[in-house]
Every structure is written in C-alpha cells, then in structure tokens.
Design a protein around this ligand. Sequence first.
Ligand code: MG
Length: 121
Amino acid sequence: MDKTILIVDDIFVNRRVLAKNLQNAGYYVLEAENGKEAIEKLTQNDVACVLMDIEMPVMNGIEAARYIRYKLPSSKARVKILAITAYNDSTINEYLEFSLFDGIVTKPFSFQQIEKILKDA
Ligand SMILES: [Mg+2]
C-alpha cells in the first residue's frame, strides 16, 4: 500500500499544492483544515506522516500534536509529525525537544525538502 500523508492546513491553496506534489510523487494524501479534523482523520486511517501547520483556527498545530502524543492510543500517538511553520521561533524548538514534533519545515519551503524528509522517515 502507498504511504498515506495527512496534510493539515487551514489554507485550501496550501493543502492543494502540497497534495498535488505528493500525489505526483506516489503518495496517498488525506487533508484536514484544522487540528480537530486532523485527529479525526488520523484516528480513522493508517497514516505514515502528518504535515502539521501551526497557526490554524479551532485547534492549532501545537494543541493537535499534544493531543495526538498524549491522548491517542500508542499506535497513533507515535506517528511522525512534521511542523510546518511560517516562523522559526524558540518556542517551536522547545516542542521539538519534547518530541511533540519529529521535525520543522519553515515556510516558504520547496517540495524537495518535504520529500527528502519523508524518504528518510
Ligand atoms: Mg495556517
């Protein structure tokens, strides 16, 4: 089965661009527009990696990652989560230390960056 990637971003265009690139590279893609939806999709599907935007309404990326790591059963809680953030502040690096995220990708990023991380995953 193809690797399933869950794209979480509140901006439709951001999701579409990433989804198109990932599909062209042979990945199966799921989308969610906030953290709450991401948790639902993750619970219902076998996901290899979550690409998580940080700033989102309803439930942001940090709240969602925290929920996934601490509230979901261990098979789901250990999913690889990459933070996608417009800013590279020390707060994010702190979350990285606490294993909330497996990596950080700063916007603007190239698809090649994402693909390299997914291949190493
Ligand atoms: Mg956003």
